[in-house]
Write a protein that binds this ligand. Structure first.
Ligand code: HMG
Length: 390
């Protein structure tokens, strides 16, 4: 039975900061951010968006009535969850109006959470072929103003509907995972900002990629020529390229050129959003699928997932006949075009504005936020969400 990605939804906040202007404000040459890091715009989450609302907004654009009846499992991958106990998946289940007889959980391992969710979803559909599983990767990447990681922040979510006989991509069964207990990036429970050893995290990302790729080749007998493209977890768009360059050497020239060009296309959305942690690999896949004009059905796409701490995995999928017809290219073009720029000063004010942590209530103005689903406040320590369509 074929199991894989049937639909892909995406959401990112309606405001962004320009990386050239951020560079000037930080006394850095703009090319460091736009070429060295590879980012043009960075999504800025207003206080009315959190990982739950971002995820719910991404899912909203793909779920129809038939899906609502078939979804019996919601897996919410995030490392910026909003509660230590209750899963964000339950809020999303409610906000989308899914059927009561569904299972809902939150999955965490840094940027690897959504991939873990997809692998669980595959197993669930294999046992229950009529089921559909909603897997969401949603995060707000926060390092802090004036920190080394600041230029690699971002916010957004990708929602994937996993089913039998998928219309976009069948996921192949072979995958290679790798786990090692390292401290390259982490976020203690008391902190709303990530801690990171930047250089070490880059080295580990590359080393994990090399190890899972070598083992994948050994176990499958496949090589670079068997892939039309390889998508990477993209904390910033230069990162995947740095990893890919280390293995390109032996491939024929035309394979190298093809992989580099498809890599470029796979980074275009991420370039304008920033790191969305666990959704980043799937945003890159979406960018490739929606923006390429030469990748045919039947092509194999490789995927490298990396979550600091660290877990890595290499796996692959085969594109389905007419996959392009099932993508929301126009909707995503409109989403990008409708965003508004904020100044660096405005971004800093938005960044500093956080929810109370002393138990006091707050009511938020959701009229400024163009999203359908918003956080409208905190009452008695409970987040209040609004779906403006209801
Ligand atoms: P940094 O010290 O600001 O930058 O840290 P740098 O000095 O390393 O420079 C970056 C690049 O810009 C270099 O290119 C420079 O040469 C270039 P490279 O040599 O690396 O190819 N550069 C210029 N290029 C053109 N014109 C110029 C210019 N100046 C310099 N004028 C770092 C960068 C990414 C380390 C930092 O931003 C950081 O710590 N970010 C957060 C950590 C991170 O993203 N790590 C990635 C791997 S770990 C991962 O992916 C997991 C993660 O997503 C979390 C999770 O799993 O949950 C982070």
């Amino acid at each position: 039975m074929k199991i894989g990605i049937d639909k892909i939804g995406f959401y990112t906040p309606h405001i962004y900061v320009d990386m050239n202007k951020l560079a000037v404000a930080r006394n850095v040459e703009p090319e460091k951010f736009t070429i060295g890091i590879g980012q043009d715009k960075m999504a800025v989450p207003p206080i009315t968006q959190d990982s739950v609302t971002l995820g719910a907004n991404a899912a909203l654009e793909i779920i129809d009535q038939a899906d609502k009846e078939a979804i019996d499992f919601v897996i919410f991958g995030t490392e910026t969850g909003i509660d230590h106990s209750k899963s964000g998946a339950v809020y999303i289940h409610h906000l989308l109006g899914l059927k009561p007889n569904a299972r809902c959980v939150e999955v965490k391992h840094a940027c690897y959470g959504a991939t873990a969710g997809i692998q669980m979803a595959k197993g669930h559909v294999a046992l229950n072929p009529e089921s559909k599983v909603l897997v969401i990767g949603s995060d707000i990447a926060r390092y802090g103003l004036n920190t080394g990681g600041e230029s690699t922040q971002g916010a957004g979510a990708v929602a994937l509907l996993i089913s039998a006989n998928p219309r976009i991509m069948t996921l192949e069964n072979k995958s290679v995972s790798l786990t090692a207990d390292i401290m390259d990036f982490w976020r203690p429970l008391y902190s709303d900002k990530a801690l990171v050893d930047g250089k070490f995290s880059n080295e580990q990302y590359i080393s994990f990629f090399q190890k899972v790729w070598e083992k994948y080749k050994e176990e499958t007998g496949m090589d670079l020529e068997d892939f039309e493209a390889i998508c990477y977890h993209l904390p910033y768009t230069k990162m995947g390229l740095k990893a890919m360059r280390t293995v390109l050497g032996d491939a024929p020239e035309e394979v190298q050129e093809r992989l580099k060009e498809h890599y470029r296309i796979s980074t275009l959305y991420n370039r304008n959003v920033g790191n969305i942690y666990t959704g980043s690999l799937y945003l890159s896949l979406l960018s490739l699928l929606e923006l390429n004009d030469d990748i045919k059905a039947g092509s194999r796409i490789g995927m490298f997932s990396y979550g600091s701490g660290a877990v890595g995995e290499f796996f692959s999928g085969i594109l389905e006949e007419n996959y392009k017809e099932h993508l929301l290219v126009k909707e995503h073009k409109d989403l990008f075009e409708s965003r508004k720029e904020v100044t660096v000063e405005e971004y800093e004010q938005i960044f500093e504005k956080t929810l109370p942590t002393d138990g006091s209530n707050i009511e938020l103005d959701i009229n400024e936020d163009s999203a359908t689903i918003c956080l409208s406040g905190l009452t008695d320590d409970m987040r209040q969400y609004v779906n403006k369509m209801r």
